[in-house]
Design a protein around this ligand. Structure first.
Ligand SMILES: N[C@@H](CCC(=O)N[C@@H](CS)C(=O)NCC(=O)O)C(=O)O
Length: 206
């Protein structure tokens, strides 16, 4: 069985949600990113020497890293082509273009904002750029319901993670489309399952 190495609320939530969307059997193992240890005490650096999540251990024992590539790998294993259109369908590159945008323009900027060693001044500077990129993706998303229109594709779970981080760091007030997208995604069983699994879902009292 495949094993996803994750940390609650981290970018690993994107492949975690995708695994549930496409219904691929997997285990999910929690990584303490500070100590680089798993819950059984073993060293995560033995699995992924880069120390970051996500990492996906395949049935073959091979370990795949880098979110954008893990998403692509999972998309190619999905039994429905909408999530990542096949080679020969130009929409495949539109999907990958969006994944790449999220990785390089949004995710990486957030990494700087979350960096404990970054100065407040630097974080403010990064947030100005981040806001501009969020303006673009908010416009690109429009009323959606997903980035590519009617069907959920690879970048949507990734964008969901970015909306959570935005809510935490800047607030989503400025981005009505992203706000509505987040609300829609929060209704999905895959998202609810993963948030519950990661210990992040506020259960309504019965
Ligand atoms: N280049 C990696 C970066 C992943 C990344 O930034 N992961 C963060 C969590 S969202 C992490 O594990 N940070 C801890 C570390 O790098 O030590 C990717 O795109 O998958």
């Amino acid at each position: 069985m495949m094993i996803l190495y994750y940390s609650p609320g981290a970018c690993s939530q994107a492949p975690h949600i995708l695994l549930h969307e496409i219904g691929l059997e997997h285990d999910a193992v929690r990584v303490d990113l500070k100590t680089k240890r798993l819950e059984d005490g073993s060293n995560y650096l033995d699995i992924n020497p880069k120390g970051a999540v996500p990492a996906l251990q395949l049935e073959s024992g091979e370990v795949l890293t880098e979110n954008a590539v893990i998403l692509q790998f999972l998309g190619d294993r999905a039994s429905w082509p909408e999530v990542l259109p096949p080679l020969g369908d130009f929409r495949r590159y539109r999907v990958l273009e969006l994944v790449n945008f999220i990785t390089t323009e949004l995710h990486k900027r957030f990494s700087f904002v979350f960096d404990r060693e970054a100065t407040e001044e630097f974080k403010q500077f990064v947030q100005i750029g981040l806001s501009k990129k969020l303006d673009w993706i908010d416009g690109r998303l429009g009323s959606g319901p997903f980035l590519m229109g009617q069907d959920l594709t690879l970048p949507d779970p990734y964008l969901f993670v970015m909306t959570g981080w935005t809510e935490k760091v800047i607030g989503l007030e400025k981005w009505a489309n992203l706000r509505a997208f987040r609300e829609r995604m929060l209704q999905r069983p895959s998202v609810r399952h993963v948030l519950r699994f990661e210990g992040l879902l506020q259960e309504e009292p019965a």
